[in-house]
Design a protein around this ligand. Structure first.
Ligand SMILES: *Cc1c(COP(=O)(O)O)cnc(C)c1O
Length: 350
């Protein structure tokens, strides 16, 4: 793929033409000198949040770039990955005209965002072992197909997509390939963000909501070529990540030992949970997971789900998803929380 020409040809013409909103503070580095800020009609009295936040989240990106081995110019941050995914839709997909491909059973937001943006979502089921069906995907592509969404590790199945399938799509599909890596920090697999140089049509999204443990502050991350990042930046609301979130996220990133410790605890708990679930009589099948949850097939998911609710344990019933009949998705909690789940399951067996 030719880097610049082929990617810009995928972009909506109105976005190519658009001149982004520019605030005075986009134009210089705020930390450079002692300045008097009379440009943004803020209240001048200091209370910690009286000023607008850094629209480019520079400190946060610098730290994230160093952790992930990339550069700030390859990063865009959003109000959760849901905002990041929406920006990707709006850069590439013309409402009422273009289409995307998603691979059920998978994360529900791709179809919600497609519908919101009036974009047709062509669904191509995963194979029986929850891998992308590369030939069927490529057969579903037409001139208006702008994006294929891959979720790896996949939610709700938990498995990662094979390198072979992902590479075949990156090479064989002439549109953008978005790999949603919300759970990558729980996985032993290498992130696809290390392959950005090889594939100009690759976009990787991650989040601080899962392994990094700060779902409440809403930080989603997009890694892509600097060309794609510039396009996303054009339409991003200028102050989409608020100051408190930026500060809190930076604090969390600077405490990597804590994050790493928690991830290891969760992975250890996951193994314990697998072992315990094997001995639950109505569990029929357990799926291998590279994430912080386990998908389990049971005898009657809706009945078990209701019984668990009555016992005070909320899990996710995935039975209505294709290939997921009678499955429940269990998030790995603390040791105490998992004990409560197991106790509740044991009582149901009696
Ligand atoms: C949880 C999750 C996200 C995270 O979304 P945020 O908006 O960043 O909290 C993204 N993708 C998948 C597949 C998820 O499961």
């Amino acid at each position: 793929m030719n880097r610049t020409t082929d990617i810009t040809a995928l972009v909506r013409p109105n976005i190519m033409k658009l001149k982004p909103y520019s605030s005075a503070r986009d134009e210089f580095d705020q930390s450079e000198r002692e300045m008097v800020f009379l440009d943004a009609n803020e209240n001048p009295f200091e209370n910690g949040v009286n000023r607008y936040p850094d629209p480019q989240q520079r400190s946060l990106k610098t730290e994230l770039a160093s952790i992930k081995g990339t550069e700030s110019s390859h990063i865009l941050l959003g109000n959760g990955s849901d905002e990041v995914l929406d920006l990707i839709f709006r850069v590439f997909c013309e409402p009422g005209k273009d289409n995307i491909i998603s691979l059920p059973p998978t994360y529900g937001m791709y179809s919600v965002l497609a519908a919101t943006n009036d974009i047709e979502n062509r669904e191509v089921l995963l194979t029986g072992d929850f891998q992308p069906d590369v030939n069927k995907i490529l057969n579903a592509v037409d001139e208006q197909t702008k994006i294929v969404f891959l979720c790896s590790p996949n939610n709700p199945t938990g498995n990662s997509f094979s390198e072979e399938a992902v590479t075949a799509l990156l090479n064989g599909f002439k549109g953008m390939v978005v790999i949603d890596e919300a759970y990558i920090d729980f996985s032993e697999n290498e992130s696809w963000l290390n392959r950005l140089e090889d594939y100009p049509n690759l976009i990787v999204t991650q989040t601080l909501s899962k392994a990094y443990g700060v779902a409440g502050i809403r930080i989603g991350v997009c890694y892509a070529s600097s060309l794609v990042i510039e396009l996303l930046n054009k339409i991003k609301p200028p102050y989409n990540v608020n100051k408190l979130s930026q500060e809190r996220a930076l604090k969390r990133l600077l405490n990597r030992e804590e994050v790493e410790k928690e991830v290891q605890l969760i992975l250890g708990e996951k193994q314990k949970l697998y072992k315990a679930l094997e001995n639950v009589s109505f569990v029929r099948e357990l799926f291998r997971s590279d994430a912080n949850f386990i998908l389990a097939r049971v005898d009657d998911a809706t009945r078990r789900y209701d019984q668990l609710i009555a016992a005070g344990v909320v899990v996710r019933n995935r039975t209505s998803q294709p290939l997921c009949e009678n499955t429940l998705r269990f998030t790995v909690g603390t040791s105490e929380e998992n004990e409560r789940l197991l106790e509740a399951l044991k009582k149901l067996e009696q």
